[in-house]
Design a protein around this ligand. Sequence first.
Ligand code: UD1
Ligand code: CA
Length: 493
Amino acid sequence: MDIVLLAEDVFRFACARRVILKAMKPTRNRSAKPGARTAIAIMAAGKGTRLKSKHPKVLHEVGGKPLLAHVVEAALRVVPAHDVLAIIGHEADRVIEAMRGTGIGFVRQEPQRGTGHALMCAAPALSGYDQVIVLSGDAPLITAETVRTLRDFHCHKRAAMTILSAQLDDPTGYGRIIRAGDEVKAIVEEKSCSPAQRKIREINSGFYAFSVKPLFANIEKLKTDNPHAEYYLTDMAAVLRRAKQPVLAMKTGTPSEILGSNTRAELAELDQKMRYQKCLKLMAEGVTIFYPQSCVIDSDVEVAPDTVVQPFVQLLGKTRVGSDCRIRSYSVIRDSVIGNGVVVRQGSILDDARVGNDAVLGPYSHLRPGSEIGERVHVGNFVETKKVRMGKGSKANHLTYLGDAEIGDGVNIGAGTITCNYDGVRKHKTVIEDGVFVGSDSTLVAPIKLGKGSYVGAASCITDDVPPDSLALGRAKQIVKEDWVKNKRRTQK
Ligand code: UD1
Ligand code: CA
């Protein structure tokens, strides 16, 4: 399916009845052959009115990633990227941008006239397939295993439509499955349910498998005679049954996977579930996480065994933490790579940083993008680094700003040292070679180079390069006026 970014008017045209009928000749063949060509279509065009947001619903995040990214990930574990199609509409360009790099195809649904209409718009793109699995872009807990089971059930039973259903204690809000024995007569949306139907606890998950030919031979029969005046994909159950096509429901054994996110409260619930699952997975892999309910760990984060994560830690984005590390409370680490045996003390913030083995950070260190902290380096209290390389065993333990700097091995940076890297227009580099000792409260005005083994006296303002093995002092000479205070007191009397 290497379509599918067509111009707006082409899409409208594609949605028209004539095109659909031409693309799908009606057929009497009811079977879905095993080994048939399978596409996965993800419905992701909705506005998400109930979220009361100006952003597209499927880009709202849970587990640190857009809803749609989770669904795409599950889909990609079942079929190759060129067989995955996202049906997009509201803020489509932003959705495409967010999914860039996944290799999936897109179809636009403009305007959004319901889930049935979404599939109408995808008809031309699906014409080469035997069956299509339809997923909801707002239900991110779905797993590849469940999608495969649904596909295999559908093939095996030779159904025209198989609905993934779930038996829920509280079915409120979901479409209900109306059965006639093994087959399904209809799906009735909550708003249209009779009081008796409302009591049915088998619900429609919003995931389906369709045989492509009967789907598109009959999809034109959908009507908009419902409270939202939309084309409901759910109505295909009744439509196909009237066309004497077999409609089945496969009850999932894992109802928690079908959870959707129509409201902010549901988003929060999903996020919590997903992160707790992530903690359980890491713990099963050998990571100690104390008080996992308090930790925020994104789905793609990796942590090696024997690392200890204390309460209220956030590990975000593409962060990778090695083994035998200790990440103490209130640290927030994003898109960073941390070696083995690293200690990150309380309240440290790492953003796009690299940290070598056995380094010690914090408490309250701030490593900004481009910080490359070498092995056994210490970066301590209230030290901020940005675009800095620090060589093995170097130390900056207190109250320091190091920006745009190249720091060698075994360097000691005294408390309160500042690299003055910015002249108001441009950034300049500070080079500190191996074994340099910078005394406390020094300001290093870049561009500047401190040669190998040199010393900078405390409280110096250094504006010129310092040759190797020399001492640089850049401070006012001290004056002592003996008895000055005593005399002052006397004159004040
Ligand atoms: C849908 C089902 C309901 C089921 C529930 C499960 C219908 C009519 N109802 O309801 O039976 O129990 O899912 O969660 O399908 N979308 C489009 N284009 C549109 C409208 C929606 O792509 O024109 C997308 C949305 O972005 C969303 C998905 O389809 O990802 C489902 O739509 P949503 O409005 O959330 O349906 P529900 O009300 O949850
Ligand atoms: Ca939904």
